[in-house]
Design a protein around this ligand. Structure first.
Ligand code: ARG
Length: 467
């Protein structure tokens, strides 16, 4: 109902019971980031120590004030780490929580810390440091997953399984070769991580609000104290840039997509119908009603985490897409997306590493499946090209007739008699049976990167030297 006085009514009437103390409370709730950016306390304190040390070195603050500041910041660090620190939402974010506590601890000297900087370069620094460290953790985790695949690939360099296209049996491959496909994928993820670390290796601190500062600061000094290759070169870009977060999320989304494909294969392979693997009890669950079931929950959740991670990437891209230079408060929404994606990816990689290491490979089932579905039909066609001199297209046609005959007799290609085969093409000899087994098929695929066990072993050695 229209009410000319509604603007002057108390918050309770306007917005209901959730906001007890009026518009200020709503502002505080939408504005505060302390609930999630407290994660950055370590980076914030390190950044402030480097900044204060540089300010003193440059004669911008006194050595005594610097000592008080550094001592106070270290006290705050231990207060936070021992759980004694009281975070206040009224103080908005981690930067102001720490600075306010510093003032209580050391008095007026605390007020000198914020000389020649702004929360804009401060948050850019803290967050960049955090993302860089997370990328370093990601690199290690991916290396662990690659190692797990290399071990399984080595163990199963000769284990034959059906290779699929369209999820239809295509040609026999080895399980080792299939594992090495994931090594390539995860290896690319890891090299993207390494590039991103290099890419973001520039220190934002000293860009100040957006224009730089008139104080005689030394940004090279703070950059090297904080482990960066150097300072960023444009102060406007520095406080408005979140590419490092977007890069992290893009890398995470691609890596999660790889893990999701693997998760899907694990789900398929562990069905009784496929029966290619048996998941360890550690990574599966039973059903509360169906005693026979063993569910691949961990794989399913890895597959689902991909949705969250991809969502985070889209969320931050959307936050950034219309922002004018330089800083806008919208950018505060960057952190939860990155934190959530990082946690999800860490968990997904750890779960996958465990599953890959633990799963039992049912080589007999793989081999039986590898031989069904006329998987060596291409080998027959290739033989006709090689031994009988047929053009490949004709060989393809002859092989198609052989497959039709085998289908009619409900047997495999290798079970057709020589007479059967010769009735289709007179030049076929008994030697053809050498290429119709799955072992012969994989052994023959010796092209670089092919599935022949020796080729796979070469690729394993190549990766071992680089992992
Ligand atoms: N909490 C803020 C963020 O995460 C810190 C920067 C605030 N800067 C400002 N000018 N209000 O983005």
């Amino acid at each position: 109902m229209a009410d000319g006085n509604s603007e002057t009514k108390s918050s309770n009437q306007m917005w209901g019971g959730r906001f007890a103390s009026g518009p200020d409370a709503i502002m505080e709730e939408i504005n505060a980031s302390i609930g999630f950016d407290k994660k950055l306390y370590g980076q914030d304190i390190r950044g402030s120590i480097a900044h204060a040390t540089m300010l003193a070195h440059q004669g911008i603050i006194s050595a005594e004030d610097k000592d008080k500041i550094v001592h106070g910041l270290n006290t705050i660090l231990s207060e936070i780490e021992s759980g004694q620190f009281e975070f206040s939402r009224r103080l908005e974010d981690i930067h102001m929580n720490i600075e306010a506590r510093l003032a209580t601890l050391i008095g007026p000297a605390a007020g000198r810390l914020h000389t020649a900087r702004s929360r804009n370069d401060q948050v850019a620094l803290d967050f960049r440091l955090w993302v860089k460290e997370e990328l370093q953790r990601t690199e290690k985790a991916l290396t662990g997953l690659i190692a797990a695949f290399l071990d399984r690939a080595e163990e199963h360099a000769e284990t034959v399984m059906p290779g699929f296209t369209h999820l239809q049996t295509a040609q026999p491959v080895t399980f080792g070769h299939h594992c090495m496909a994931y090594v390539e994928m995860i290896g690319r993820d890891r090299s993207r991580v390494r590039h991103a670390i290099e890419h973001m290796d520039e220190s934002p601190i000293g860009a100040a609000a957006l224009a730089g500062t008139g104080f005689p600061i030394d940004r090279h000094m703070t950059a090297s104290a904080l482990g960066f290759a150097g300072p960023t070169r444009n102060s406007i870009d520095t406080v408005s840039d979140r590419d490092f977060a977007l890069e992290f999320l893009s890398i995470a989304a691609i890596a999660a997509t790889h893990l999701s494909r693997l998760a899907e294969e694990i789900v398929i392979w562990s069905t009784p119908q496929f029966g290619f693997i048996r998941l360890s009890d550690a990574f599966s669950t039973g059903s509360s009603i169906m005693p026979q079931k063993k569910n691949p929950d961990a794989a399913e959740l890895v597959r689902a985490k991909t949705g969250r991670i991809n969502g985070s990437l889209i969320a931050l891209l959307t936050v950034m897409k219309g922002l004018p230079l330089a800083y806008s408060k919208d950018m505060q929404e960057d952190k939860e997306q990155v934190f959530d994606a990082a946690e999800s990816l860490e968990l997904a990689v750890a779960a996958m590493t465990g599953m890959v290491r633990d799963m039992a490979i049912r080589a007999d089932r793989m081999k039986a499946a590898a031989g069904s579905g006329y998987s060596t039909a291409t080998d027959l066609a290739d033989w006709l090209v090689r031994e009988a001199g047929l053009p490949f297209r004709d060989a393809h046609h002859v092989t198609g007739r052989a497959v039709a005959l085998a289908e009619q007799k409900t047997c495999d290609l290798a079970d057709l008699s020589l007479e059967d085969l010769q009735s289709i093409h007179p030049q076929i000899t008994a030697k053809v049976f050498d290429v119709l087994t799955v072992e012969a098929s994989v052994a023959s695929r010796t092209s670089f990167g092919g599935t022949a066990p020796n080729e796979v072993r070469k690729q394993i050695a190549w990766w071992r030297a680089r992992n």
